[in-house]
Design a protein around this ligand. Sequence first.
Ligand code: BG6
Length: 487
Amino acid sequence: MQTDSSFTFVLFGGTGDLSMRKILPALFEAHRAGGMLAASGKIVAVARHVSDRAGYLEWVNEHVKPHVSKNGVDEAAWASFLQRIEFAKIDLGNPEDFVLLRDAIKDLPGIRVFYLATGPSLFVPICHALASVGLNENARIVLEKPLGYDLKSSNAINDAVGEIFAEEQIYRIDHYLGKEPVQNLLALRFGNALFEPLWRREWVESIQITIAEELGVEARGDFYDNTGALRDMVQNHLLQLLSIVAMEPPHSMDSDSVRDEKLRVLRALKPIDPDEIGKVAVRGQYHAGVIRGTSVPAYATEPGVKPDSTTETFVALKVEIENWRWAGVPFFLRTGKRLADRVAEIVVNFRAVPHSALGASALRAGANRLVIRLQPNETIRLYCLAKQPGEGMNLASVHLDLAFDRFFREGQMEAYQRLLLDVINGRLALFVRRDEQEAAWRWVEPILNEWAASHKPPKPYAAGTWGPAAASAMLAQHGTCWLEEEN
Ligand code: BG6
């Protein structure tokens, strides 16, 4: 991917965790790969706790370098990457600092990208400050999640940012949309005629989407305790994956065609009936347990978490989509921290044959199934039945495998790298449009409200398991189970 689009990439929150782990390593990878970033492109890091460029580069060497290039750092590339980095010390309370920022970048060529890797409470003040010195022109603004706490607060941010930047200047990041296998899902669905006729209620019995993590809340206890899994993972990543799985074929891959189709799915989600919530939503919180032989503490004893916290670290939901393609097909969504494994996958369970001349195993649900493994070990696997060799007609499950690293040995790109290049090159398709975000909040909010009103604690689960038993019971009511329960 060659580019000559020059840019000035201004990174607010330049010494934050995200800059350290994701943003700067992704920019380095793009730089190292050669030809992806215009040679004249500059990165201007903004931070408060560092005094000058030399101090910032020291910080980058110490904190960012360990996160780049798993296979060792290319020192020459690293040295030339550092030359792209400038530094601006900005105190948000001091308007003069933005005048200095403007003067510092005014002669730099190309599009300006303002990346707000800060808490959402700073989004609006930063946008106002940028506008006060005219920096909102010829610019793109990137907003990190969480974008608000609920529909109201997210609308307040979007309204305020929207007064300063037009919607086509606003890039709302959901890093799941940048993951290679998620892109591949689009290729699988819309590049192959094979699956499309089957991708509907007549042939699909149920769909599962899981994002399971082994990690706990790490150093983010304080943030997480005010957020919870529904806001942290469902409102954005899981609903975005769902909309990609369920969307109609777009007219083209341009940004609005794709986003229009995703929006239709989000708007067709069957609203949650508060009286039914116990049947369609499970929330859990981890207790102490063992993960891969190591004891881990209970959520309520993690630093920054209130000892009597009722924040959920696990959510499982049954979702329905009210349209012709999907009416009546349950979509089971699940995410949690401190689960038994780190895995993100989509499981499409096809219906069994209507009549089996080959014995009962052909009538078994899930005999035909597509498993799209997003991470780790990205693969797409199509399960079918085949005759076991030898006497008689005994069927066994076999699968066809598309393991990406076998077919494509090079060119894999981290989500952030792809998304940052898209911002610099003005491609909006993989960013969340305001109306999508609103539709997702609108659907999620009744669950949040109901949980808050019920005063019931989340169901406990031991760290290192697959969550509360109620999550399995919810699927059992539909005659199915989570994929790992079959094995
Ligand atoms: C983030 C959440 O958006 O996604 C984190 O805030 C979560 O809580 C992370 O750990 C998971 O992302 P990934 O790419 O590691 O699956």
